[in-house]
Design a protein around this ligand. Structure first.
Ligand code: PBG
Length: 323
């Protein structure tokens, strides 16, 4: 039976009716704000390609976290910009590294806020790659030790969740083993399970000063055309002990989010990455589209595809709008 019995417009007539039959909802508690922490005091340096986002010294970061908590965000994820970089990424796993200090400071001020730490080496290596270079290549197994040490040092500082983003094979298992051995059996792992070698990370690399000095990340991050491989990556991470898995980027990979949602029952996160954010902000600044509506529509699309959680640079703005 079809028209005229069925008229799809009946339930679209007024906002109250639309709201009644809305299938997908967006809540501040589903949003995680990425923050960049750098050395110094009173530092608040705007990232030119990511308007409204800053490199923050620990004191400024703590203020931002108080705000995030007040807005009811699901949490924050921290990226560190160390004082100095070296071949060994020593700043990543130093007990008094920039992220470790930041976590301690946040936990003093807003202990209830969920603090996630990004576990990777690219911000800490002088060459900008995510792992140890051996004979000109990123060596998988040697890198696992750095990652495990970093995760443990973050947990020791008080991180609630650790999130490896390096795409080395076996890192979830290595991190789980190290956390358990150090007495952190209760700390969950959010793995960047299906992370693609994407052009949309461009603005982030300015923010985190982490662009590779030679080559690119295609020998460890995923090839964008591959969907079945993404599901294998996710399955392997779950087997290794990931508590939450992530697809990254988000909007260009909604099909992967949907497939992952249908196949797996663990909580699913998606990362609306820097380039996705900057494109919307740039178009809005040019008057080419309504930035607020583009923000909400893309976040809802990511939720509709199946993501439970979204890491997004719009977290604050979206939460304010939803309040
Ligand atoms: C570190 C890392 C990157 C992002 C998150 N963690 C950069 C990269 O892999 O080059 C990108 C996030 C974004 O673009 O917003 N490995």
């Amino acid at each position: 039976m079809a028209y005229p019995v069925h008229r799809m417009r009946r339930l679209r007539a007024r906002e109250a009716l639309r709201r009644l039959v809305r299938e997908t909802h967006l809540e501040p508690s589903q949003l995680i704000l990425p923050l960049f922490v750098c050395p110094g005091q009173g530092v608040r340096r705007e990232i030119s390609a990511m308007p409204g986002n800053y490199q923050l010294s620990v004191d400024e970061l703590v203020k931002e976290c108080t705000d995030a908590h007040r807005l009811g965000l699901g949490g924050v994820i921290l990226f560190g910009i160390p004082e100095t970089k070296d071949e060994m990424a020593s700043g990543a796993y130093a007990e008094d590294g920039i992220v470790q200090r930041a976590v301690r400071a946040i936990k003093r001020e807003t202990p209830e806020l969920v603090v996630i730490t990004d576990v990777c080496n690219c911000e800490y290596t002088s060459h900008g790659h995510c792992g140890k270079i051996v004979d000109g290549e990123v060596d998988n197994d040697a890198t696992l030790e750095w990652l495990a040490a970093t995760a443990v040092s973050h947990a020791r500082a008080g991180a609630d969740i650790v999130a490896p983003s390096d795409m080395m094979d076996g890192r979830v298992a290595a991190i789980r083993r190290a956390l358990d051995a150090a007495g952190f059996t209760h700390i969950p792992i959010l793995s960047y399970a299906a992370k693609f070698a994407s052009v949309f990370y461009g603005p982030f690399r300015e923010a985190a000063q982490s662009a590779p000095r030679f080559g690119d990340r295609r020998s460890y991050q995923m090839d964008p055309p591959n969907a079945r491989e993404a599901l294998r990556e996710i399955a392997l991470d779950i087997e290794e002990g990931a508590d939450i898995v992530m697809v990254k980027p988000a909007l260009p990979y909604l099909d992967i989010i949907r497939m992952a949602r249908e196949r797996f029952d663990v909580p699913l996160a998606a990362y609306q990455v820097s380039g996705e954010f900057s494109m919307i902000v740039a178009a809005a600044r040019n008057g080419w589209l309504d930035g607020e509506r583009a923000m909400i529509e893309t976040l809802l699309a990511i939720r509709r595809a199946g993501a439970d959680l979204i890491l997004t640079y719009f977290a604050r703005e979206a939460a304010r709008l939803l309040a």
